[in-house]
Ligand binder design. Structure first.
Ligand SMILES: [Zn+2]
Length: 197
């Protein structure tokens, strides 16, 4: 009967709209932390679709306080069981140091030590001189990826049974890889191929 199909679709739509109220987790029970870079197509990279995951993106794909806040909410209260971090090659966060960027802001007339980092929470203050660290630039994408997994793992706000993994998106090949595993280096030299003699 047609009405059964229509009723089923209406019930599905209601469940979709009321997911949080009904305590329904996202499809994959997944939280993704990724860089905001436009060359990183998070959904395509992970093979996920609308409804599959909570996705948090910031400059670098780094474990900042707001990333922790979002990860805490989704793992503690919304049924999420897995976290995937995606950093990427040629990230803008590797192009300058925090000190350099802080000085550029000073040249623009901004005093980094005087600004509120969260205008809605003025109590949250950076100790003087920590602004360059707060920007969170880095020099090695493989290291930083492993580090983000460690930082999440060590947070008491994330349940211990949540699986946490990190991957590097190569903008040059538009592929994911595990941090520290560069396939190109394994195929481009005879030594890497295990040639003897
Ligand atoms: Zn980036």
């Amino acid at each position: 009967m047609l009405h059964q199909q229509i009723d089923w679709e209406l019930a599905e739509r209601e469940a979709w709209a009321l997911r949080r109220q009904k305590g329904i987790p996202n499809n994959r029970r997944l939280f993704v932390l990724a860089c905001m870079d436009e060359r990183l197509p998070v959904e395509d990279a992970l093979g996920i679709r609308v409804g599959d995951a909570h996705v948090f993106r910031n400059a670098g794909g780094l474990v900042t306080d707001d990333a922790i806040r979002s990860a805490m909410l989704t793992t503690q209260f919304f049924g999420t069981k897995e976290i995937i971090v995606v950093n990427h090659t040629e990230c803008g966060m590797m192009t300058a140091t925090g000190d350099y960027l802080t000085n550029l802001l000073r040249e623009k007339g901004i005093d980094p030590d005087a600004v509120q980092v969260d205008p809605a929470l003025p109590e949250l203050k950076l100790p003087p001189g920590t602004f360059p660290k707060w920007i969170r630039t880095f020099t090695d994408v493989d290291e930083i990826c492993l580090r983000q997994v460690e930082l999440l793992r060590s947070s008491p706000l994330i349940p211990a049974d949540v699986e946490i993994h990190g991957y590097v998106w190569e903008v040059e090949s538009m592929r994911l890889r595990r941090p520290g595993v560069r396939l190109a280096e394994k195929v481009n030299t005879a030594k890497a191929m295990g040639a003897r003699g």
